[in-house]
Design a protein around this ligand. Structure first.
Ligand code: S3P
Length: 433
């Protein structure tokens, strides 16, 4: 599906942002591994999280949808051998966290994914898990899906420092460490999103988190999990598209309610504020151990920024839309030390640069990042190849809204990976100026 967008537009709206993807995945996983019945309100019914539900159903977990809530009958870490491949679709979180979870099970299972997921590196998870005693066989290409996994019980504890910060790797190791013989210690710097640690603590897991000379340390003691009642807040990674839209369009304002404001996720707000963005946070409350609140963003004059290395994990999913904000700023923006972008749903250094160039933005590919020169007076309508990457399609659509003329997003349907109804929300809430 191709989507045509007529710019320039403006927006003044309270926007309903979908539930958080990271928390939705984890709610199913922790619910499946706990004892008892977990109830999830406001679950994200988007392609990636549906992949997680389908995989756990194949592992013998009863999961029902009742009046919009997801009910999971926990198996206390006793999953059943699947009779088919576990298909993770486009979802790196499903595949990598499952590799950790399946390492605790004594049966064999095969994990597979779509053509994008089959290109994403898996050794970052399988290598440390192998030292814990589980085994992996890559069935087609070394280090990539499809992979056969066979776990062990109990696993050998692990003492491991992640070479690159990653919530997916960290979470896979924590899920495995809960079924190790003894305490494990996992370290990373800078700290990546910590939803797994927070949710596991609420489920009664014996996990201690601390900092040692700016290195984040997770100590995991083996044990069981109790069921949870979870309400999923709105996803700041999805809200970011509408926040930037309000900032770069004239006479615009966007309000997002009940949005996740965990500091490991709010890098986008901090960096946009460094660029001069008019963003206000209100009514912050703690919900399931996570800060949530209201975000108000208004049209702003932005200035380019040099993003600090330590902020990269806090904005890793927002870089395509941050690059759009940079295209509308005065001066240069440098986003470096972000080699992880090369192994996301697409090579997001290349695909973001190509998206921006299609609108006439002056920008340069760096070895590990992007350099963007503010170009708001030179823009033309673009034809965006999304490369079937949801965040490139949505960033391109926001760019199109703020650019005079008709732009096209190719293979635009991939937005449903994380944001079902994205284009309806975007066009429905904005109007042509
Ligand atoms: C995620 C972690 C991040 C992020 C992904 C979701 C998660 O990946 O890019 O979209 O839910 O754990 P890495 O931790 O591998 O960077």
């Amino acid at each position: 599906m191709n989507v045509k967008i007529e710019g320039r537009r403006k927006i003044k709206a309270k926007v309903n942002i979908p539930p958080d993807k990271s928390i939705s995945h984890r709610s199913i996983m922790i619910g499946a591994l706990a004892k008892g019945i977990t109830e999830v309100e406001n679950f994200l019914f988007a392609d990636d999280c549906i992949s997680t539900i389908e995989c756990f159903k194949k592992l013998g977990v009863e999961i029902e949808i009742k009046s919009g809530r997801v009910i999971i009958i926990g198996k206390n870490y006793n999953l059943s051998a699947p009779d088919k491949r576990l298909y993770c679709g486009n979802s790196g979180t499903t595949a990598r966290l499952l590799l950790g979870i399946l390492s605790t099970q004594q049966f064999e299972a095969v994990l597979d994914g779509d053509s994008s997921l089959r290109k994403r590196p898996m050794k970052r998870v399988t290598e440390p898990l192998t030292t814990m005693g589980s085994s992996f066989e890559f069935l087609e290409n070394d280090g990539f899906l499809p992979v056969r996994v066979k776990g062990k019980s109990p696993l050998t504890p692990i003492y491991y420092t992640l070479p690159v910060s990653s919530a997916q790797v960290k979470s896979a190791l924590i899920f495995a460490a809960l079924k190790a013989e003894n305490k494990s210690v996992i370290k990373e710097s800078p700290m990546s999103r910590n939803h797994t640690e927070l949710m596991l603590k609420s489920a009664g897991a014996n996990i201690k988190t601390s900092f040692e000379n700016e290195v984040y340390k997770v100590e995991v003691f083996p044990g069981n999990l109790e069921s949870l009642k979870i309400r999923v807040p709105s996803d700041i990674s999805s809200a970011a598209f509408f926040i930037v839209l309000a900032l770069i369009c004239e006479d615009s304002e966007v309000i997002v309610e009940n949005c996740i404001l965990n500091p490991t996720r709010t890098g986008i707000i901090d960096i946009l504020k460094q660029m001069g963005a008019d963003i206000t946070i209100e009514d912050v409350q703690i919900q399931n151990g996570e800060p949530v609140g209201r975000i108000i963003a208004k049209s702003s004059n932005l200035t380019g920024v040099s993003v600090d290395k330590k902020d990269i994990p806090r904005i890793i999913d927002e870089i395509p839309i941050l690059a759009v904000a940079a295209a509308f700023a005065d001066g240069k923006t440098i986003i470096d030390n972000a080699s992880e972008l090369r192994v996301k749903e697409s090579d997001r250094i290349k695909t973001t640069i190509e998206m921006l160039k299609s609108f006439g933005v002056e920008c340069y590919e760096l070895e590990n990042g992007l350099l963007i020169v503010g170009s708001k007076n030179k823009l033309k309508p673009g034809i965006v190849n999304s490369y079937s990457d949801h965040r490139i399609a949505m960033a391109g659509a926001v760019m199109a809204c703020a650019t005079e003329g008709e732009s096209t997003i190719l293979n635009a349907e991939c937005a449903s990976i994380s944001f079902p109804g994205f284009y309806e929300t975007l066009i429905g809430h904005s109007k042509k100026v």
